[in-house]
Write a protein that binds this ligand. Structure first.
Ligand SMILES: NCC(=O)CCC(=O)O
Ligand SMILES: [Mg+2]
Length: 330
């Protein structure tokens, strides 16, 4: 086939008017693409997170308000993260599977008040341990895989029984998706989904999140023995392949923007629902850039979220979800 060339062909023609740009758009971003991460506090009211300007921890009543806001904005799903009171943190993280813990109470409270909004719940031990690791550590500080997975199964079951819709293991232990899937089936939660944090990298972009869940000051060492090396891409495909074979309904790549290449490869290799987590450090970078006038906040928010859709994402977890949904609805 011969293709016309300039001057018969001018790609700028299609860009010349707003109606035409909209008509030719290859990708659309809507509020239905967004998952809104929210932090939970035992305290009353709202606790702003200093490292994340515009983000707060919410009490139960605040969470219900945010859930109503999400529903009204067309955001389909919330992701929940607790800031466990420090006296309840232990070496083994037992509070993670207390059916009356902050997370389970938040799930039940939101589900009761706003049942039409989906709830994705984090499974990992870092908000519950004294050492800030996602699992149990041995006497040399190594995070033990199989013993951790047993705790994660208990945690996932507690969340499902409280009413969670999507269990999201973010711990990067081997084999935990299959163990959690079996336990959910055995406990009658056939329609509770699993979104596996399949390719989660040991990243420098998680700092503000650790402030939000109170684990930054506690964390001993780093997470490189379980989270992935940023140098690796083929390993991400193996991680995704394993989680899918163990029963994951969808997979996540995290962080977001620096890993768009991973998203593209995962999507084209497996053709399954892929989600990105635009993490706290990415949010903070956009806010910091906007604060010093280096970029327009609204434009940065919408452009980065569109980039995830263009790369093949089904949806994006972002702390900008409510703001973006408002921009998209305007
Ligand atoms: N398991 C959830 C996270 O680790 C979130 C990280 C972030 O937003 O920086
Ligand atoms: Mg894995």
């Amino acid at each position: 086939m011969s293709i016309a060339a300039y001057p018969a062909l001018r790609l700028r023609r299609a860009r010349a008017a707003d109606w035409s740009r909209r008509l030719h758009a290859e990708t659309v971003l809507t509020p239905a693409d967004l998952i809104w991460p929210l932090f939970i506090t035992e305290g009353e009211g709202e606790e702003p997170v200093a490292a994340l300007p515009g983000v707060s921890r919410w009490s139960m009543s605040g969470l219900v308000e945010r859930a109503r806001e999400a529903r009204d904005l067309g955001i389909p799903c919330l992701a929940l993260f607790p800031n466990t009171p420090s006296q309840l943190r232990t070496d083994l993280g037992e509070e993670s599977y207390n059916p009356d813990n902050l997370m389970c109470r938040a799930i039940a409270t939101i589900k009761d008040a706003v049942p039409e909004v989906g709830l994705l719940t984090d499974v990992a031990l870092d908000p519950y341990t004294t050492h800030g690791h996602d699992g149990l550590v041995d006497d040399r500080g190594y995070v033990m895989n199989d013993a951790t997975a047993e705790q994660l199964v208990r945690q996932a079951l507690a969340q499902a029984r409280a009413g969670a819709d999507i269990i999201a293991p973010s711990d990067m232990m081997d084999g935990r998706v299959g163990l959690i899937r079996n336990a959910l089936e055995g406990d009658g939660h056939h329609n509770v989904q699993i979104m596996a944090y399949a390719a989660k990298y040991a990243s420098g972009f998680y700092g503000p999140f650790r402030d939000a869940v109170g684990s930054r000051g506690l964390l001993k060492g780093d997470k490189k023995t379980y989270q992935m090396d940023p140098a690796n891409a083929e390993e991400a495909l193996r991680e995704v392949s394993l989680d899918l074979s163990e029963g994951a309904d969808s997979v996540m790549v995290k962080p977001g923007l620096p890993y768009l290449d991973i998203i593209v490869r995962v999507k084209s290799t497996f053709e399954v629902p892929v989600f990105a987590y635009q993490v706290s450090g990415e949010y903070a970078m956009i806010e910091a850039a906007a604060a010093v006038g280096a970029g327009d906040r609204d434009a940065l928010v919408l452009e980065t979220l569109m980039a995830f859709k263009r790369a093949g994402c089904t949806g994006v977890l972002t702390y900008h979800a409510a703001h973006a949904a408002r921009l998209l609805g305007a």
